[in-house]
Write a protein of this length. Structure first.
Length: 405
């Protein structure tokens, strides 16, 4: 069991790294093509059907790019499709969701003071929300709203605000933020998989068959691509938020998440406007900074207390261990100056990652993290500032091993 916990943690790290790699590839190509599309210029010498061109310099070479709204008269033998960046990002992200939040549902997914359900029910709610989210979004895009980008974006924003609030009524604050990011990322990846790529394939098939492609397919794909462009930065924030309890572990966490979407849109608006050579709206950065200051203030508003958290069945097993009294004293003495509701360590005013060890139940619920961070590794305390001894680390290992048998 001890080796399994270590292997599982390394698996989570490996998948997280893979997720970051694929996300960089997807976001990089997405941002590049948005910038390229906005920077295209018309010229009298362009071939028939060409919408615009762009000259670029990079890595010591010059690139001449031309865009066709539908396709050139003569299809090239080779086409590079940008799709696997999106698919692999979503697949690795879902795998990471399963490893961390589904396998560790009692600790990371379920807050029994918010919604007291079994891990299986919580996982079912999680999966259903991702599927229903896409269906609602796709339906809205296919209504009359789809013909008005501004109206559609406002309605979609209202949906996202409601979902942000809704997730906080179902899961832990950390899981709520992660799920809002997964909800949005699912829409983005489904746009590529179910709309953008199929539409492009229809156009290619028509050209190969000698038919004139319907331009509506390109228009629809471009609209979905625009949505993806504006949703990217909020998703990145939400995926990083699990490291910052000041964002997710507060009373107004859903308001913070809602404001992050606005900040992301403002920043993308600046770059999109700049790439289109329509000026540099620096006001967007000023407004984004004001909103972020508001977020900082919201994170300091005292949370509404919901009572002592309930201890899971697994937590009770750790509390029943013969080693628990000694481990409890070690954790409270060596870790409690930072990991507390009111930390006493200078410069620390909020428990790191929202993890507090004020009660026996809190210690038991975080047994696995204590074991990995301060038992088999020396990651905690940082720099061993509280001078935890090898014997105390060995005791933590023995405690975890005994309780998991």
């Amino acid at each position: 069991m001890q080796d399994f916990a270590i292997a599982w943690d390394w698996l989570a790290f490996a998948v997280r790294w893979l997720h970051v790699i694929t996300a960089i590839a997807w976001i990089g190509s997405s941002f590049y093509f948005i910038a390229l599309d906005l920077g295209l210029r018309k010229a009298p010498h362009l071939p028939e059907g060409a919408h615009g061109e762009e000259w670029q310099v990079h890595g010591g070479g010059f690139y001449h790019v031309q865009k066709y709204l539908v396709a050139p008269a003569q299809m090239p033998e080779h086409l590079t499709w940008f799709k696997w960046e999106s698919y692999s990002t979503w697949l690795s992200g879902f795998f990471l969701l399963a490893i961390v939040y589904y396998a560790g549902a009692d600790l990371y997914l379920i807050d029994r003071n918010v919604l007291d359900v079994s891990p299986l029910v919580a996982i079912g709610i999680s999966l259903a929300s991702l599927v229903v989210g896409w269906l609602v979004y796709d339906t809205l895009c296919k209504t009359a709203l789809g013909n008005n980008d501004t109206a559609l974006m406002l309605v979609l924003y209202a949906v996202l605000v409601f979902i942000a609030w809704g997730y906080t009524q179902l899961f832990t604050g950390r899981a709520a933020f992660l799920h809002l990011g997964a909800f949005t990322a699912t829409i983005m990846s489904a746009n590529v998989f179910l709309i953008i790529i199929p539409n492009q394939k229809i156009v290619v098939a028509d050209l190969k068959a000698g038919r004139k492609p319907d331009p509506k397919y390109g228009k629809i794909a471009k609209t979905r691509s625009l949505h993806n462009n504006y949703l990217t930065l909020p998703v990145i924030f939400l995926m990083l938020s699990n490291h910052y309890p000041l964002a997710f572990g507060t009373q107004f966490n859903w308001v913070i998440a809602s404001l992050i979407f606005i900040i992301g849109v403002l920043i993308r608006h600046y770059f999109n406007t700049s790439h289109a050579r329509k000026g540099n709206p620096h006001w967007t950065w000023g407004l984004a900074a004001v909103l972020f200051i508001i977020i900082m203030w919201l994170s300091t508003v005292p949370a509404v207390l919901t009572g002592e958290p309930k201890v899971s069945a697994l937590g009770e097993r750790f509390m029943a261990s013969s080693h628990f009294p000694a481990v409890r004293d070690t954790v409270m003495g060596r870790c409690g100056m930072c990991h507390a509701q009111e930390p006493s360590w200078e410069g620390i005013w909020r428990a790191p990652k929202g993890v507090a060890f004020d009660t026996e139940g809190q210690i038991a619920e975080h047994a696995r993290e204590i074991y990995l961070q301060a038992g088999v590794s020396h990651a905690m305390p940082p720099g061993n500032v509280s001078a935890i001894t090898p014997q105390e680390r060995a005791l933590i290992v023995a405690w975890f091993t005994e309780a998991r048998r």
